[in-house]
Design a binder for this molecule. Structure first.
Ligand code: MG
Length: 389
């Protein structure tokens, strides 16, 4: 068996939302299709993925280096020992040939997106859901069918005030979610505190509300928000500092007793190791938010998790960034703390299978083979088009 073709295309996300730092008007994502010569139900098995949310499309790296390396390799060198399926670890190593250490983001998103599409194909070839395949390999075969899921929302938008923010949260609670994350830092401290208080009134308790500053603060504002938010004892305070400013983060963790969340803008095992070591991150409460398709993919995430576990971190502390089916399968497969959701926010790239249910903050996984994009009709239509063009 072999990979016959790998296709990629940049697709606009078409969103009008804004966080503390930037708006999403130009945001794109790369959609990847890995076509194999394995036939299931009369059609070739195709693995799909996209590069999650918030990093622009990265087709150049894929076209110029990564896809040609895979296509030049002898097909047998990319297979598992039995020779009956692709071996993601070997394909990752193949993509990383002649890549200089460091400078991760230049390629980690492109590598990770292709790698996750390979896993989709691997699971489809086994005719099993990806979360079950991952549970076998990475979580002693403990398959989770339901996982905690919170809403990443509360964005700033034109004409959106406090009543609209409360409506948004109410609507999410009605859909079955229990925990909400809202943006902070795109307004004054006073306005943001009013937004926090108004949101608390709707969600009920402080452990059901998190805030996200998107790494947009100056050091002075970081300190100001940490002081102002401290009394609320929120579920977590996300990205209070620049992703790489571990010194300032250590200052925040020493003065802010409630949980801190961060890590979605770090793209390597080494960066996460530095984060937990130098950032004063506390394994008993803080939250790590690695975005797996953006940081070299699933095999590398397994290595990151090993590193974290050897330093006293539990899987329950990992809430990967990215409210999408790829993250959902990874959370369930590895047995992580929970998943994010962006209902109705990023067009066809938002959300999960059309028939997925949320009850009491728990999302039930489908048993479709692979990542299960086939159950998310609008997105799957885009993916099929790329594969057939
Ligand atoms: Mg965030």
């Amino acid at each position: 068996m072999r990979i016959t073709e790998i296709r990629e295309i940049a697709v606009p996300i078409n969103s009008t939302i804004r966080n503390a730092v930037f708006d999403f008007s130009e945001m794109t994502t790369s959609v990847v299709a890995v076509v194999t010569d394995v036939i299931r139900n009369g059609r070739p098995v195709i693995g799909f993925a996209f590069n999650s949310t918030g990093r622009y499309a990265c087709g150049a790296q894929m076209r110029d280096r990564l896809i040609p390396r895979i296509m030049k390799a002898t097909p047998e060198s990319l297979l598992n020992e039995a020779g009956n399926n692709l071996e993601p670890e070997k394909i990752l190593a193949c993509m990383m040939q002649r890549e200089k250490p460091g400078g991760h983001t230049e390629r980690s998103v492109a590598v990770g997106t292709i790698e996750v599409a390979i896993w989709d194909a691997v699971a489809k070839i086994q005719d099993r859901p990806l979360h079950a395949v991952l549970a076998d390999k990475y979580n002693s075969a403990q398959v989770h069918h339901q996982i905690p899921c919170y809403v990443g929302g509360g964005w700033y938008a034109p004409g959106k005030g406090i009543p609209e923010l409360q409506d948004e949260i109410r609507h999410r609670l009605q859909q079955g979610y229990t925990t909400m994350k809202i943006k902070v830092g795109g307004a004054s401290v006073a306005e943001d505190l009013a937004r926090v208080e108004a949101s608390l009134k709707v969600v009920g308790t402080s452990d059901h509300l998190a805030v996200d500053a998107n790494a947009g603060f100056s050091p002075e504002r970081t300190r100001e928000y940490a002081k102002a938010l401290k009394p609320y004892q929120l579920r977590w305070f996300e990205e209070p500092t620049d992703p790489l400013d571990y010194e300032l983060l250590a200052e925040v963790t020493s003065m802010y007793p409630s949980p801190i969340g961060t890590g979605e803008n770090l793209f390597s095992t080494q960066d996460i190791k530095n984060l937990v070591h130098f950032g004063g991150m506390r394994p008993d409460r803080d939250i790590l938010q690695i975005d797996v398709p953006q940081s070299y993919g699933i095999v590398q995430f397994g290595r990151t998790l090993k590193m974290l576990e050897s330093r006293g971190w539990s899987r329950q502390s990992v809430f990967p960034h990215g409210g999408n089916l790829m993250t959902l399968a990874i959370v369930a497969g590895f047995g992580l703390g929970g998943c994010e959701a962006y209902p109705g926010t990023f067009g066809v790239f938002a959300g999960f299978a059309d028939d997925s249910k949320v009850e009491n903050g728990l999302l039930t996984l489908s048993d479709r083979p692979g990542i299960g994009f086939e159950g998310q009709n609008a997105l799957y239509a885009v993916m099929r088009q790329i594969a057939l063009d």
